[in-house]
Design a protein around this ligand. Structure first.
Ligand code: 0A1
Ligand code: ZN
Length: 877
């Protein structure tokens, strides 16, 4: 442990910057061993700050070596500045001046992948959130916006491509015969949006004509062997650009838009102005190497980063507590885009399923925080599901409360009012209020209160008067960090079904409608409907109109009715999930009590009807058939018994498979597509149902199923089908699973993006010797501890491996802790993210929970990065 603990930063301490940087001129002299960075910062004191004697405090990283420092033409001697581990302090400055600073950095030794680093043979940068300070001394905060001009000097034979933000304005040769390129970005931006790329890259070119007839040059850069995998991303980019014009009236603003794919990247992608940098796993796609899911992810992330050009870059965040201002809004925008490109209901189900599984767990764990956190130790730890996904739900609720038209007016006003500014979540809400006239004062509490609200609903029906009453009570669980919780403004989109599944048209507040939006604002409220002639079944929180947990005592019959008849597709899925959860809960409890498992399943009956209905969207049928995941059932459990959940799921899946064996065989044949692969929604839907059917069918003794999976694996013309066959074989413990895994690696060892899928599936494979297999994977030629994608595959995959990770002797936890300790030094961001499975220790069955806690205590004794320290210390608090 360190002598002093890292300090906490608070939102309440925010102050405007004492200095501003109007212009930033950077020169990078790239070299294999040291890179020299020279910065000329055109600075002045900020009149808004007040005090005119405040020293200049620049942020810096330990890895930046200072060579020379000057104010205007005066070279500062050592007595006139102070250098600490993370600051450079100059006590006296003029009011207006140019600060020149020469620094040395070593990108090739940068394993943190923040600042300037090497990935394969190229240089690239990652500056969000606080990476720029690892390049040079700067006011590294998002409310300091500056106009950047960047000169890159490099050896042309190694770095024929040298890119930065904005437009290329000059190119030539230096006296030493190196090439230099000058880039100028006319839009003021914070340092976190700075980017530089240099390498031997190939490019795919295209053009987009904007709504006002401006031609924009589009370029995607990759290493040469990947150039055949960028067409899909290019098309997705053009769709995104068009969509942002029509849906939000947002046009692109520079003459050129560039994307670069890199193999080593901590996150998915980054929206640097005019120069997006992508983890290659989120950009490259080809039918033979990419699954449908990944195609959709590429499209969504390309859109997400592009949309940031307005929601994030043109209007940015005042401070990092406001991160959801850009992230929540941009996720909402990319979700809406994907819904428009494919199926709205399918997209909503996928997004909610993810939110309920992973964000709800985060919101109930030791790292729980509001969408606008009030404090942090390390900002990188707050790129969370809460800030992103729950943040998007907040924007979605505003959309529901205002309606589409007023929401658009609010967004127009927001962009117009704040263009070129660094603003807050409150500014966003104010624009929405001002444009719509809707008062969101109470609603804003969603930004500052953490935890998932639980809504208890009871009802009564009076046949004589035709009155139906819903009583709703809300409560958000208290935590140590948040001892008092208050009622939220919750939009409840709902309808009523009669016993035949017909929608009931009822009066609420004098208005007759089949669908209503109720405003739950108090702790407890009664909503009265009139004109109701029969006892209804309520369909509540349609489209998941608020991120809450619903408690209403539905019978199995009610759920079957909603599942087959609700006009809201999302709630049809949700009813099936609820029924599955109810039945699985019975089985899990039997498993915990070590009883024989048995159930008279109503869900099987529901599934039978579903499988016979030819009208339904196959993608929805596949989603309904997907049983609640191990992770979701863990989230729901009061106490998590991993092995019991696994046993119950396995038993239930087999039971359904046996009961509906013929249907699954038939579905498999009906949804099998011949012909060329296409990632269009219709085909994806058929493949998803076919492969879901196969995974059930394999749970039976059918010889044909066992043969079919091998044939599909061997002869598929696309990765979706090949990988689905392989995964089903592995998860059903097919006798040929090992051979299939081996031949898959053999076939794809030269495609890193396929290799990461193989690593993940292998690490995830349930087996008594799972741990030693994972250790083997880490020794495998395909593994590389410095590559985040590979680490995520193996250690992330292992974290989901019940028999390995949750082994009763605690060896799985100890192994993960060992890896976290190593990665803590190499790449703190990745190390910190790997801690997630350990954050659940308090909810685990006590014998396991104590073992996990022991590992957390062991990690805390190490010399930890801020990233890992924050997570581990909060876990043990
Ligand atoms: N702003 C990016 C996400 C991102 C955040 C941090 C990073 O490095 C620490 C990288 C990317 C997005 O939302 O896409
Ligand atoms: Zn983003």
């Amino acid at each position: 442990m360190k002598d002093s603990q890292p300090s906490t930063i608070y939102l309440k301490d925010y102050q405007v910057p004492p200095y501003l940087i109007d212009k930033t001129e950077l020169t990078f002299d790239l070299d294999e061993t040291t890179t020299v960075v020279t910065s000329r910062l055109h600075m002045r004191r900020n009149p808004e700050f007040g005090l005119s004697t405040t020293p200049l405090v620049l942020d810096s990283g330990v890895d930046v070596k200072l060579i020379a420092l000057a104010i205007d033409d005066y070279t500062l001697p050592e007595e006139e500045y102070r250098l600490s581990e993370n600051q450079l302090i100059i006590s006296a400055t003029p009011d207006v001046f140019i600060l020149t600073c020469e620094t040395l950095i070593e990108p090739q030794n940068n394993t943190r992948l923040e600042g300037l680093y090497r990935s394969s043979s190229m240089f690239c940068t990652q500056c969000e959130a606080e990476g720029f300070r690892h390049i040079t001394f700067y006011l590294d905060r998002p409310d300091v916006m500056s106009i950047f001009t960047t000169t890159i000097i490099g050896d042309e034979s190694r770095y024929p491509v040298m890119l930065s933000n904005g437009n290329e304005i000059e190119r030539g040769k230096t006296d030493e015969g190196k090439t230099f390129v000058v880039w100028h970005d006319p839009f003021p931006k914070p340092a976190y949006l700075f980017a530089l790329v240099a390498g031997d890259l190939e490019v795919k070119n295209d053009v987009f004509v904007t709504q006002s007839n401006k031609e924009v040059k589009l370029q995607i850069f990759t290493e040469s062997h990947n150039l055949d995998k960028v067409d899909y991303a290019m098309e997705a980019l053009k769709r995104s650009m068009r969509w942002d014009e029509t849906a939000y009236g947002r046009e692109y603003d520079l003459d050129i838009f560039m994307i670069v794919a890199v193999d080593d990247f901590n996150m998915g992608a980054m929206e640097n102005k005019g120069l997006n940098i992508f983890n290659s796993s989120c950009l490259l796609a080809s039918p033979k190497t990419t699954t449908d899911d990944s195609y959709l992810r590429v499209e969504a992330i390309v859109a997400h980063e592009y949309f940031h050009n307005w929601s994030g870059n043109r209007v940015t965040c005042r401070d990092w507590f406001q991160l959801s201002l850009k992230e929540g809004f941009t996720v909402f925008r990319d979700q809406s885009f994907s819904a428009d490109m494919h199926s709205e209901t399918v997209k909503r189900v996928e997004d909610v399923s993810f939110l309920r599984t992973a964000q709800f767990a985060e919101d109930a764990g030791p790292m729980a925080h509001p969408v606008r956190p009030a404090s942090f130790i390390e900002i990188s730890n707050f790129y969370t599901l809460t800030v992103y996904e729950k943040g998007s739900e907040i924007v979605r609720m505003i959309h529901t409360l205002l309606g589409a038209e007023k929401f658009r007016a609010g967004s127009d006003l927001y962009f117009e009012r704040h263009d070129g500014q660094a603003v807050t979540c409150d500014d966003f809400v104010s624009a929405m209020e001002d444009a719509s006239g809707v008062d969101l004062t109470h609603f804003k509490r969603w930004y500052s209160q953490s935890g998932t609200p639980v809504i208890e609903v009871t009802d009564e029906f009076d046949a004589a008067s035709g009155v139906y009453r819903l009583t709703m009570t809300q409560h958000t669980p208290e935590t140590a960090a948040q001892p008092v919780t208050l009622p939220l403004h919750i939009p409840v989109k709902m309808g009523l079904l009669d016993p035949n599944g017909q929608e009931i048209s009822a009066y609420f507040n004098g208005q007759e409608s089949q669908e209503h939006v109720l405003h739950l604002t108090a702790e407890s409220q009664v909503f009265e409907f009139t004109g109701v002639t029969t006892q209804p079944v309520p369909s509540l929180f349609r489209s998941f109109s608020a991120p809450i947990k619903l408690r209403y005592d539905y019978s199995s019959e009610d759920l079957l009715l909603l599942m087959s008849s609700d006009s809201d597709g999302f709630n049809r899925w949700s009813a099936a999930q609820q029924l599955a959860v109810n039945e699985l809960t019975v089985l899990i409890n039997q498993a915990i009590a070590k009883q024989a498992l048995s159930i008279d399943s109503q869900l099987v009956k529901g599934f039978k009807n579903l499988l016979e209905n030819k009208e339904l969207d196959p993608a929805m049928v596949a989603l309904i058939l997907a049983l609640p995941s191990q992770a979701y059932l863990s989230e729901l459990a009061e106490t998590i018994y991993p092995a019991a959940i696994k046993e119950a799921r396995g038993f239930f899946k087999k039971l359904i498979a046996k009961e509906l064996e013929e249907d699954f065989g038939r579905l498999y044949r009906e949804h099998h597509l011949e012909g060329e692969y296409s990632p269009q929604a219709k085909d994806i839907a058929h493949r998803s149902l076919k492969n879901m059917a196969l995974s059930y069918w394999l749970e039976t003794d059918s010889e044909l199923a066992h043969q079919t999976v091998k044939t599909q694996f061997e002869s598929a013309n696309n990765m979706t089908d090949q990988f689905a066959a392989l995964s089903s074989a592995v998860h059903s413990q097919h006798e040929d699973a090992e051979n299939m895994l081996a031949s898959f690696y053999e076939q794809w060892q030269h495609e890193p993006l396929v290799v990461i899928k193989w690593l993940m599936l292998s690490a995830n494979q349930e087996a008594a010797d799972a741990l030693s297999r994972v250790k083997g994977l880490m020794e495998h030629e395909a593994f590389d501890l410095k590559n985040p994608n590979k680490v995520r595959s193996v250690l992330g995959g292992f974290g989901q491996n019940v028999s390995g990770f949750h082994h009763e002797d605690g060896s799985g936890y100890a192994f993960l802790a060992d890896q976290i300790i190593v990665l803590n030094k190499l790449n703190p961001q990745i190390a910190s993210r790997l801690c997630t499975p350990l954050t659940r220790w308090k909810k685990l069955q006590p014998e396991l929970g104590q073992k996990m806690k022991g590992q957390l205590e062991r990690i805390l004794k190490e010399d930890l990065s801020k990233d890992v320290y924050e997570v581990i210390s909060k876990c043990l608090a």
